[in-house]
Design a protein around this ligand. Structure first.
Ligand code: DP6
Length: 359
């Protein structure tokens, strides 16, 4: 499949106006995407758990406009107009215009809200961009006659990727792979695919409690971060490692070995941060409290024989991952020992989810 496959046939039914709403979740990568080529093509494949509670709900209302000059849209977050969201959406529209030629024919009102605080340091780009892409796909489906369910989700993921790479992994659940990998049937650099193989019972309803360590603006935007992988002395080795980690993850997901899972997931998180510490310029994205939490998790695991582990995104917040059968005990541990390291004691309880919903 190539990019050209996503260019639609001329529309058959140019309706005057309408409105669609989608809720789409965030996701947390187990094998990380870090480094990309032109056109949002990842340097290595990645796999993520789709989340359930951290979501963005977006309504896109559209009405035919008279003159065809450039894009016309307005954006609202929680009912308030957000001028500062517009440049990112403008860039997104430019990138996807060729795949959604109707973008020029309408005025759009984009209304969005998140279930988590916007400045919580939780990436809203995955949930936000996927919710927007899905609304646009719903519009396209109205204008065309032949969009199958399968094509719909594939193109929505393709478009989400052009908004933000990790967003293409948010549409379905409970595990999604993005990036071509020899051992994963149907995998592609162009869109995310639902993980196609058996997953052990141990991973059902896996829990993710997100500890908000630092809610400030991101120190390094993901675009800048990804770019740091160009010419990075360890980049090629890292891309290779991600490929073999994904192979290993396939067997772990099948055999349910949680010790191997923990080792792989924590190593991926620390490697991501190691890449940023060893790039030029270099960054330390963890905070002292991130390290306190990691050490507490390691101690607790050792003492209790627990299967709790952590992962990190490109920031200081900690995702605490654990099996469903440890829910009560780990939540107790979090309340007693980890909340003290969270900004304003804030954390979010989430669990693996099934992907986006049309409302
Ligand atoms: C560290 O998807 O935010 O979360 O494609 O530039 O929008 P852009 O980057 P983005 O990068 C996320 C990187 C990560 C790891 C991951 O989710 O795989």
């Amino acid at each position: 499949m190539t990019e050209e496959n996503f260019i639609p046939k001329p529309y058959t039914n140019l309706i005057d106006s309408g409105s669609f709403t989608w809720a789409s979740p965030s996701n947390i990568a187990l094998v990380k995407y870090w480094g990309k080529k032109e056109h949002q093509i990842p340097e290595n494949p990645s796999i993520s758990f789709t989340l359930n509670n951290c979501k963005t709900t977006t309504t896109v209302s559209f009405s035919k406009k008279e003159i065809n000059t450039g894009f016309s849209f307005e954006v609202f977050l929680d009912g308030e107009q957000k001028e500062d969201f517009k440049p990112k959406i403008e860039i997104f529209f430019k990138r996807v215009e060729v795949y959604l030629p109707f973008l020029n024919a309408y005025h759009f009102k984009i209304e969005t809200s998140n279930t988590f605080p916007h400045s919580s340091g939780i990436a809203s780009s995955a949930s936000g961009m996927s919710a927007l892409a899905l609304c646009l796909m719903s519009i396209e489906k109205e204008l065309s006659t032949d969009v199958s369910e399968q094509d719909f989700i594939k193109k929505a993921s393709f478009l989400s990727r052009l908004g933000s790479g990790s967003a293409c992994r948010s549409l379905e659940g409970d595990l999604v792979v993005w990036g071509t990998h020899d051992e994963i049937k149907g995998s592609s650099d162009l869109f995310g695919v639902k993980y196609p193989y058996d997953v052990h019972q141990n991973f059902k309803n896996y829990q993710d409690t997100i500890l908000l360590v630092d809610k400030g603006e991101k120190q390094v935007s993901s675009t800048v971060g990804h770019n740091l992988m160009h010419g990075h002395p360890f980049a090629q080795k890292r891309f290779k490692q991600a490929n073999s980690n994904l192979s290993q993850m396939v067997s772990i997901l099948k055999n349910g070995d949680l010790d191997q899972f923990i080792a792989l997931v924590e190593s991926e998180a620390l490697t991501l941060h190691a890449m940023m510490m060893t790039s030029m310029p270099y960054f330390i994205l963890m905070k002292p409290n991130t390290l306190e939490i990691i050490n507490k998790i390691w101690n607790y695991r050792k003492q209790k024989g627990s299967k709790v582990c952590f992962t990190l995104d490109a920031g200081a917040n900690v995702h605490v991952l654990y099996p469903q059968n440890e829910r009560a005990s780990v939540l107790e541990f979090i309340k007693n020992e980890l909340v003290a390291y969270c900004q304003n004691g804030q954390y979010i309880c989430d669990v693996i989810g099934l992907g986006a919903n049309k409302l």
